[in-house]
Design a protein around this ligand. Structure first.
Ligand SMILES: Cc1cc2nc3c(=O)[nH]c(=O)nc-3n(C[C@H](O)[C@H](O)[C@H](O)COP(=O)(O)OP(=O)(O)OC[C@H]3O[C@@H](n4cnc5c(N)ncnc54)[C@H](O)[C@@H]3O)c2cc1C
Length: 615
């Protein structure tokens, strides 16, 4: 039976018990992965910023092989990929003259093989590709992709994975096609675990992308990039299984790295030319452990070899689906990461013999781009886990900072329900404040002035104290006053709508609820917020938005009908007057013709004919 990550009621964030195992096939807890990640993060970051690991090659122009949809494209600037267009853009020691003209097509395969930089050669010619011997298919992705004429070289560090605005039907289609690959036909022992692993891999990839786009998100009001907690919670944070799947993927890729490390020793990674890549790899992998993932549980006997083939071809399809992504930046990172997982799966499931030479052969056959993808995928997961931990801090700070709670309230987006631990005084002050605002504002507005809100927010954040307990007791009132003053300063900002009024009424009742419950249990405030789950709040907001939208649509339609009726009515009123005007005009023409005045006099002109007519 598949073990699901345990949920813990008392943990607000992601509702996960960090001491539980990441999965049935992983003998590691969430907390242990957090610790490992914390240790290796700096080295891993340096590694993927090294010259060897930062240049990736892909074909951005490949046609979607699954459906005829090659015409759309993402027009956002954020969707674009900056490619290396000139050899000059590469480091100096990679210039052909330094490397002895290895870009020369005529260079012999043997010579390339002997070169300690043989991996680098694939940057400029495909001699290594020709050397690859055909054997049984052990590929989980299409490695030939890297040697296509149309492939471009990309510096991953200048094309960060971040929010691009790509979405809608096209991306949904991609994701549903990816999930559809998880329909295994054969009913063999172990299928359940393999199917679960497949699902967790793609869901973990999806969640990791969601984490990155939330962590590096464009705030359209301030034009700054930064973390967006709300978006993260909506996409990932509120779904413990998605968060757990990121950790699962981390375990899978970590195990693959652990497994190949002894067989990488003969590769020099061009240490002579630039960073000591090899020692960076060692310092990352030495923190990993074999027990992090047990791949033998998935395809453990001959019976499951058919299942393994199915698994492999389905995963290969996932990597190919990336060619259907219309946003180039998303396609780039989709390709890097699916190739990274494909490489991990190849290492985990195809290096299963005790034969050391066979293991070495599989590693030797890895292309440079598979290695790059492998380490960069690990970095993406590592960054996701780091971001999740940061989001957790933000989440807790948001809950504990009274000012933010007030702002959330005024923004009308109170999915972080107001805390009661600020004490009755805060509640009553806020109640007064909200009543005051409701009473004093009559005009209707649709929305608040967000930049101003952000200013207030940043002011408040600036004044945050480190001691969370102190914040709980002392800050609320102080911050309330500051916030209140800010609100009063900006009169137009405080304009309220009828909708806002009802929101305040609702919030007031929230306060009443919290104030009442608080008096009975003021020692353990955190238990009151176990119900903080954004989707339900989203549903609330959405419902409201839907109602507003319906109301607006109704009002617009009624307005249109009124306009049409007014037009028809005025047409009837104007009709006799218009008939009289036309008749007069025609009679004028007739009279002019009758007395012999030329028709041209009615045309604006400097000609004397007009004057003649006047006379
Ligand atoms: C390959 C690829 C790469 C992308 N890269 C980027 C990028 O770099 N930057 C960017 O801004 N956008 C990227 N996108 C788009 C992004 O993933 C979303 O599709 C987009 O933001 C729209 O999100 P959504 O809320 O409509 O739901 P989507 O994320 O499109 O999800 C569709 C549905 O899948 C389900 N779902 C969501 N997450 C999971 C999960 N983790 N596990 C299981 N089910 C889930 C939900 O039911 C959801 O409604 C990429 C898309 C693809 C296909």
């Amino acid at each position: 039976e598949i073990e699901q990550p345990e949920l813990e009621e008392t943990t607000n964030f992601c509702k996960m018990n960090k001491d539980s195992l990441v999965g049935a096939s992983c003998d590691v807890t969430f907390k242990e992965i957090n610790d490992i990640n914390h240790k290796i993060r700096p080295d891993l970051l340096s590694l993927v910023h090294s010259d060897f690991f930062k240049y990736f090659k892909l074909n951005l122009y490949k046609q979607c092989p699954f459906w005829n949809d090659n015409n759309g494209y993402c027009v956002n600037r954020a969707c674009a990929v900056d490619v290396i267009e000139d050899w000059d853009q590469l480091p100096e020691y990679w210039q052909p003259e330094v490397l002895g003209g290895f870009a020369n097509e005529s260079v012999s395969a043997d010579k390339v093989r002997d070169d300690e930089c043989s991996f680098l050669d694939q940057l400029c010619d495909n001699s290594l590709n020709q050397m690859r011997q055909r054997g049984p298919d052990i590929e989980y992705c299409d490695v030939e992709d890297f040697h296509n004429d149309q492939s471009v070289l990309v510096d991953l560090t200048v094309n960060p994975e971040r929010f691009t605005g790509y979405g809608g039907e096209q991306s949904s289609q991609i994701w549903s096609s990816v999930y559809r690959e998880n329909c295994f036909s054969i009913n063999e022992t172990g299928q359940c675990l393999a199917k679960d692993a497949f699902y967790r891999l793609v869901s973990g990839l999806h969640a990791s992308i969601g984490t990155h786009l939330s962590n590096d998100h464009l705030n359209t009001e301030t034009a700054k990039w930064g973390p967006n907690l709300e978006l993260f919670m909506l996409r990932v944070g509120n779904f413990p299984d998605r968060v757990a799947n990121i950790y699962f993927n981390y375990a899978v890729v970590a195990k693959a790295l652990w497994k190949i490390q002894p067989y990488l020793s003969h590769l020099e990674f061009c240490n002579a030319y630039h960073e000591d890549v090899k020692s960076m790899i060692t310092s990352v992998v030495s923190n990993l452990d074999s027990k992090i993932f047990n791949e033998n549980l998935l395809f453990h006997d001959d019976i499951s070899s058919k299942l393994k083939d199915d698994f492999r071809s389905r995963f290969k399809n996932v990597t190919k689906i990336m060619d259907c992504v219309h946003c180039d930046r998303c396609r780039l990172w989709g390709k890097v990461q699916t190739t990274g997982y494909a490489t991990s799966l190849k290492i985990l499931f195809e290096i299963d013999s005790d034969d050391e030479d066979a293991k070495q052969t599989v590693v030797d056959k890895l292309t440079k781009y598979e290695l790059i993808a492998l380490f960069n995928t690990f970095d993406r997961l590592s960054k996701s886990i780091e971001s999740i931990n940061n989001f957790e801090k933000m989440y807790n700070n948001t809950l504990l900072t009274a000012g933010d709670r007030i702002l959330t309230l005024f923004k009308g987006n109170n999915f972080f329900k107001l805390l009661s631990n600020a004490g009755k005084s805060l509640s009553s002050s806020l109640k007064d404040k909200s009543n005051e605002s409701v009473a004093s504002n009559k005009s209707q507005v649709e929305d608040f002035d967000s930049p101003k809100l952000d200013n207030v927010e940043s002011n408040i954040i600036d004044t945050e104290v480190n001691d969370v307990n102190a914040t709980k007791v002392e800050l609320p009132k102080q911050e309330l006053n500051r916030t209140e003053a800010k609100f009063l300063e900006n009169e137009d900002f405080i304009k309220e709508s009828n909708a806002t009024e009802s929101k305040f009424t609702e919030i007031n009742s929230d306060f009443k609820e919290h104030t009442t419950s608080e008096s009975s249990d003021s020692e353990t405030p955190s238990h009151k917020f176990n119900d903080i789950v954004m989707p339900s709040k989203k549903a609330f907001v959405e419902e409201e938005v839907t109602n507003n939208t319906l109301r607006n649509a109704w009002n617009t339609e009624i307005g249109n009908v009124k306009d049409a009726l007014r037009f028809i009515f005025t047409s009837y009123v104007d009709f006799p007057r218009n008939v009289a005007r036309v008749t007069l005009y025609k009679l004028n023409h007739l009279w002019n013709w009758f007395v012999g005045v030329p028709l041209s006099v009615n045309v604006e002109s400097d000609e004397p004919a007009y004057e003649l007519n006047v006379e």
